[in-house]
Design a protein around this ligand. Structure first.
Ligand SMILES: NC(=O)c1ccc[n+]([C@@H]2O[C@H](COP(=O)([O-])OP(=O)(O)OC[C@H]3O[C@@H](n4cnc5c(N)ncnc54)[C@H](OP(=O)(O)O)[C@@H]3O)[C@@H](O)[C@H]2O)c1
Length: 372
């Protein structure tokens, strides 16, 4: 039983965990976690592929597993624990007998199928933006608000990739110093736009290098090779983009504090993997680099890489495939003892998406570690 719709008084503790997290589900000491029937929806996509690898790496207690996608993927297969599984068509019937659905499809598909999966008795961890701001749906980053998992009604939302890495870094500062305002500029990789985003950058770079006319942009509004595009998702009437407003609203929901001001600028850059963010944080109590380093030293899921004398700072290429969020370039704001600047990098396909989703599924296991 991993479902608060049917179980009261789960063993999930709310608030922040202490110390870094070893990978893998953690039984409560009562026994091994019961195996689960898992469905990976969007298994052929950029996030879905990483999700499959993480279920293996973290030894998620999978009893049975199925991989679902659109008719475009029929005939393809996914290798899991040495065995090839054919990708099946996503249909309402596909969720029968499934305990946990890890879903990473476009929002419109999730809107249609996630409620059907929940109705069939599964718990859905959804990567899309379809349900993130639904008051009945917890929006969870396990390093920040793991306790919110227990309030689910069948769907749990995984936040936007840029928001996830930022709140992992902000949470310890907020707990100790109370954040008033965050000014963030993102440098987001093309894998944040899925397989097609990566294909588009590769094709344009190849054409440019070979002196051929570059293919026309399709996924992005402008050519992305050798360029930066200050637009991610559609524009809203006030001049912000939807991606920027996700960072505003989701940060407040995850941190449980509607008073935090977030001023975002989201930019797509010609990097394949990992998002970077330049962040200025303003706090109620005075903040210094030394205070921030102390607070980050024991923060779960976060590593400080900050040694200018050795030219050491976080960068997107080395962050690829890493589970941690990295922070560096930590500096006092010039003239403001209540403000600090830093640089924050995370693998958008792992912590920004698939890893966070699998961690949420691991939190679900703790609701019922022995499957009683
Ligand atoms: N990429 C990131 O860094 C990131 C981070 C956080 C959240 N997300 C969110 O995660 C979701 C997936 O992103 P992605 O980057 O993995 O995209 P992607 O590479 O384009 O993959 C999309 C997946 O959805 C499947 N799909 C599309 N239409 C479908 C349909 N009609 N029926 C069934 N399956 C369908 C695709 O299957 P086919 O191959 O068969 O078409 C594919 O497996 C999106 O909502 C995205 O916003 C992405």
């Amino acid at each position: 039983m991993l479902d608060p719709r049917t179980a009261e008084g789960s063993g999930v503790s709310s608030g922040r965990r202490e110390g870094p997290d070893p990978p893998g589900p953690k039984p409560s000491g009562k026994g091994e976690p019961a195996v689960k029937s898992v469905a990976v929806v969007g298994a052929s996509g950029a996030v879905g592929e990483v999700m499959v690898r993480l279920l293996e790496e973290r030894k998620f207690p999978v009893g049975s597993i199925k991989f679902l996608a659109s008719e475009r993927s029929l005939g393809k297969s996914v290798k899991f624990r040495g065995e090839a599984h054919p990708i099946q068509l996503l249909t309402a019937d596909a969720f029968r007998g499934v305990d946990i659905v890890l879903s990473s499809t476009p929002g419109s598909i999730s809107k249609e199928f996630s409620p059907l999966a929940a109705k069939a008795g599964a718990v859905v961890v959804d990567n899309s933006s379809a349900f993130r701001m639904d008051p009945d749906v917890p929006l969870v980053v396990p390093e920040v608000n793991p306790g919110d998992v227990a309030g689910h009604k069948g769907i749990i939302a995984n936040p936007n990739c840029s928001t996830i890495q930022m709140v992992v870094a902000l949470k310890p500062l907020h707990d100790a110093l109370r954040i008033r305002r965050v000014i963030v500029s993102t440098y987001q990789s093309v894998s944040g736009a899925g397989q097609k985003g990566m294909d588009e950058l590769r094709a344009q770079v190849r054409a440019e290098v070979e002196g051929r006319p570059a293919p026309r942009p399709a996924k992005f509004a402008h050519p992305i090779a050798f360029n930066c595009v200050p637009q991610i998702d559609d524009f809203l009437p006030d001049g912000y983009t939807k991606e920027e407003m996700k960072m505003v609203h989701e940060t407040r929901k995850i941190m449980g504090d509607a008073s935090i001001l977030v001023s975002p600028t989201c930019v797509r850059v010609p990097v394949l993997y990992s998002h970077s963010e330049s962040i200025l944080v303003e706090t109620e109590r005075p903040i210094t680099p030394a205070i921030a380093r102390d607070l980050w030293a024991y923060a779960p899921g976060l590593k400080v890489v900050d040694d200018p004398s050795q030219l050491a700072y976080p960068m997107p290429a080395p962050a690829r495939g890493e589970d941690h969020v990295f922070v560096g370039r930590i500096r006092q704001d010039l003239g403001n003892p209540h403000a600090l600047l830093f640089w924050c990098v995370g693998d958008n396909l792992r912590k920004g998406a698939a890893l966070n989703a699998v961690q949420i599924a691991e939190e679900l296991l703790k609701l019922d570690p022995v499957g009683a």
